[in-house]
Design a protein around this ligand. Sequence first.
Ligand SMILES: [Zn+2]
Ligand SMILES: [Zn+2]
Length: 173
Amino acid sequence: MIIDLSSLISGKVSKIDFQYTIDTNDENNQIIPPDDVSFTAPVRVSGSVCDNAGYTVLNAHAEIDYKTRCARCLEDVFGTFVLEFNRTVAISGTLQNEDNDDYVVVKNGLLDIDREIVEELLLEFPTRFLCKEECAGLCPKCGKNLNFGPCDCPKKKEIDPRLAILQKLLEND
Ligand SMILES: [Zn+2]
Ligand SMILES: [Zn+2]
């Protein structure tokens, strides 16, 4: 969504609220998810642009439903990622250096919120998901999902690390 800030810039209003959805499959506005991730619903966006003692500030909140796979056991994982951020909005021509990431530079009074959301989303979206914190993963030998119980592969005997050092010393003698 592109918001016309002219009423805010001219001081007619001190706040502009917005609430809308971004269709992630829209041809013109497609959001390419990271590998192994799909966005399962339109992104729900809300927030405001307001005048804060002479500064124009964008506050944005976005919720993104996703489907991905557990990094350990590869089972499907569904969830909602919540993104919150704010930015100072600067009118083009008023900044000395417009290559500053802390600002959104607005030309002709038009603020493209989608662009800010998509940029922040792709930056902040986690690269790794687990189905649960204590996911046991897959057996590296037989591939069985160990969350459903142990497999029949022979287990390596765990040697106490202190004994292992002692054993090494004895072997070197
Ligand atoms: Zn898992
Ligand atoms: Zn196994």
